[in-house]
Write a protein that binds this ligand. Structure first.
Ligand code: MBD
Ligand code: FE
Length: 306
């Protein structure tokens, strides 16, 4: 199909839109994407068989709630981060703590505590205990009081509470409010990696692309504080073989802090009764402004009905 013939169909479709009616932004985006799609169908000679197979796949993605997983796996969510990083750089903003993707597994409303939290609903769910601690800091390196550190990670089977109904509400999900010292600390355990639901639509797409659907071990964070831009980020657990082969492209080198492993003797000297891992990590916040890309995108997030 040549350009003239494709453009004639596009013109026919566009002719139905009444000037001054509807939503200009949605018109602009829909028409651009439709144009790119029609050109791709023509140039790649995509068949009707293939188009309907793709529609079935999209319907299955919806039915199984995997749209967030697809967005992560095709690199769309990462691309949005890179675009914001680029815009920040243009605006002269240096991110001391890089942003990285939220992923699809956040749940709103986790229990909040001051300065310290234990993430496990029942103790010792993982192999090696972890203490992670640090400060929430402003652009001058001063502590921020009243910041909220929301943290979530998977269990030792790579599953997240709420999405895995075998776990109790908010297991491995907490919110820590900083006091005047800006400090946070939590106790949990070293999590493992995550893999897409086997044979689901995302996993099958990854296989068809000659890829895998797994993530290295990581811990998620939202950091919010009045007057500062929300920071969405993660840290990777150092040493995971997939650290630089994440199906969701979330790893950034400044988000792989060293993990100290303390022996029983070292732990005892610090007043703890078991060996543990320790990670120090500070979160550097950026002042909010209408001139910079927002930290909040208002995507639909899970919350537990009360
Ligand atoms: C995860 O745990 C995750 O963080 C992302 C981005 C996608 C799937 C599972
Ligand atoms: Fe995750």
């Amino acid at each position: 199909m040549n350009k003239e013939a494709i453009d004639a169909v596009l013109a026919e479709i566009l002719s139905k839109e009444k000037v001054g009616e509807g939503n200009e932004r949605i018109k602009e985006i829909t028409n651009r994407l439709l144009k790119d799609l029609f050109y791709a169908i023509a140039e790649l000679d995509i068949t009707a068989e293939e188009v309907w197979k793709a529609c079935d796949w999209i319907a299955e993605v919806g039915k199984k709630n995997e749209i967030g997983l697809v967005a992560a796996g095709i690199g769309l969510e990462h691309f949005l981060d890179e675009k914001m990083d680029w815009e920040d750089a243009q605006a002269g903003i240096e991110l001391k703590t890089p942003r990285t993707i939220e992923g699809p597994l956040y749940v709103a409303g986790a229990p909040e505590s001051l300065s310290y939290a234990e993430l496990e609903n029942e103790p010792n769910q993982g192999d090696e205990s972890l203490y992670m601690q640090g400060e929430v800091l402003d652009e001058e390196g001063n502590p921020i009081e009243g910041a909220l550190v929301e943290v979530w990670h998977c269990n030792q089977l790579g599953l997240y509470s709420y999405f895995d109904s075998s776990q109790s509400d908010y297991n491995l999900r907490r919110a820590i409010r900083t006091a005047a010292d800006g400090k946070y600390q939590f106790k949990s355990f070293l999590p493992v990696g995550y893999s897409c639901p086997p044979e689901g639509p995302t996993d099958r797409l990854m296989t068809a692309l000659g890829r895998h659907g797994s993530r290295p071990a990581h811990i998620h964070f939202f950091i919010t504080a009045p007057g500062y831009r929300k920071l969405t980020t993660q840290i990777n657990i150092e040493g995971d073989p997939l650290t630089y082969d994440d199906f969701a492209f979330a790893t950034k080198k400044d988000l792989v802090p060293p993990v100290k492993h303390l022996s029983l003797e070292e732990a005892k000297a610090m007043g703890k009764d078991e060996p543990f891992a320790s990670i120090d990590f500070n979160f550097h916040m950026v002042k909010d402004s209408e001139k910079i890309a927002p930290g909040e995108n208002h995507r639909t997030r899970a919350s537990i009905a009360s």
